[in-house]
Design a binder for this molecule. Structure first.
Ligand code: ZN
Length: 243
């Protein structure tokens, strides 16, 4: 047994196989780049991918996962609903944390958790992004400056059709003029969810130390709190005599 937090990095792992440019940047897949950085942050990290049986997200894998990280883009529709339901249950009932990255805004699991379209504006011309910290006391911002700059980013712009975040951590400004809520915290059931915007597949964003620092902080924040088991339904016996 280990007392390290256990992270599973899920990647659809398609761009890296199909697009030369992406393969060059992330030769072992985006998930392996993220996993390597998180191991350096002291976590026990496994990976899972869409084309593995049960998308690599078996009951055993999820039961041994404190925080699941999700990266998907071109194959959201191929993720089986039964696996989405399984992940959802682990979040709400067991308190597994979830970190959704970048284009994961359109993943089935994020849309199911949010209950909205999660749609947004986008443009891909490699412009500058500046993520401003708007909650400097929040643990997800530990060790980060007042802002993070990403030299070349895909733009995501408001309106981002999400429910009001329980806590907003970052707002992005883009060179072209748009803004975006790029770090959003939610609680659903016993679980915690963090949406973090950076991470387009053709830019080396997951090699950037500040980005990985935020993800590492988010792992610690989203980890299960091991609070009380909850019960629902008919409760015929009062705690104290009544009347
Ligand atoms: Zn993208």
């Amino acid at each position: 047994m280990t007392d390290k937090l256990r992270v599973t990095v899920w990647n659809e792992f398609r761009h890296e196989k199909e697009h030369e440019e992406v393969k060059k940047l992330y030769p072992d897949g985006i998930h392996e780049t993220i996993a390597k950085a998180l191991r350096e942050h002291g976590f026990e990290v496994g990976t899972a991918a869409l084309d593995e049986p049960e998308h690599g997200l078996t009951e055993d894998v999820l039961a041994a996962t404190d925080v699941l990280i999700w990266w998907g883009h071109m194959a959201h529709g191929e993720v089986k609903d039964e696996i989405v339901d399984r992940v959802y249950k682990h979040i709400l009932e067991d308190g597994m944390g979830l970190i959704v990255l970048h284009s994961g805004h359109f993943s089935k699991i994020f849309r199911k958790l949010m209950g909205t379209s999660c749609n947004l504006k986008w443009r891909e011309i490699g412009e500058l992004e500046r993520l401003w910290v708007v909650s400097p006391g929040h643990p997800i911002t530990a060790g980060v400056g007042e802002y993070i700059e990403i030299e070349h980013a895909e733009m995501y712009g408001e309106h981002f059709d999400i429910p009001e975040p329980d806590k907003l951590i970052f707002i992005s400004w883009f060179e072209g003029g748009e803004v975006f809520r790029s770090g959003c915290c939610y609680e659903r059931g016993r679980g915690k969810i963090f949406y973090f915007r950076p991470g387009h597949e053709t830019y080396p964003i997951f090699y950037q130390a500040e980005v990985m620092q935020v993800i590492a902080n988010a792992v610690r924040w989203a980890a299960p709190s091991h609070g009380p088991e909850v019960t629902f339904g008919h409760r015929p016996e009062p705690l104290h005599p009544v009347g």
